[in-house]
Design a protein around this ligand. Sequence first.
Ligand code: SAH
Ligand code: MG
Length: 220
Amino acid sequence: MIVDERLVTYINSLETGNTAILDRIEKEATETYVPIIRKEMQTFLKLLLAMKKPARILEVGTAVGFSAILMAEYGPADARITTIENYEKRIPIAEENFRRAGVSDRITMISGDAAEVLKTLQGPYDFIFMDAAKGQYIHFLPEILRLLAADGVLVSDNVLQDGDIIESKFAVTRRNRTIHRRMRDYLYALTHSGELVTAVLPVGDGITVSTKKNDTGSEG
Ligand code: SAH
Ligand code: MG
């Protein structure tokens, strides 16, 4: 936990909650150890969706569909969502959850490794939510930048590794060392890309929010 636990508990206590179907899917996911976005991220996504009103959304990392359904429910009523998942076991569960939530017609799930799938997609997407294997984000970035619309928003989850990101690479376990280096590279690339404006925020276990500069606008 990178933010004081009592503070997070307090902030989350102000949350007014999600729809009943989202609550059920969240509970099922938790009981079966399927990762889903935390409360803080849920709230933050809802805010961004209300502000940005994206018509085309891309998600990398569906799991069982919780965040895709949340985006379908709290984004514009006509928003179309494409979501990518490579873990075979989760795909039928996600499909079923989309059906239960009544959002199947607005969500297209593509099964496969995002490294391959992203290359086949056609942008532009107004909103991209990156929530897959942390060590892969840096490799996905060139395709993500290609697919992101001018003025589009890119949100990446779990970027501060529960605080480990500030440790020396020698202090993190060998297993996490590669992810540690790649995540630092990713954060550097996002914050130093001439194409993006990026904020790194200590929400959940760390997120970034980026927007792609619009060449036709005034120089920022
Ligand atoms: N966004 C989901 C949680 C995603 S968990 C939610 O909040 O409901 C991360 C998911 O990304 C996992 O299900 C994992 O299988 C998937 N994933 C990881 N690497 C991937 C890759 N290279 N291509 C596609 N999916 C990937
Ligand atoms: Mg995540």
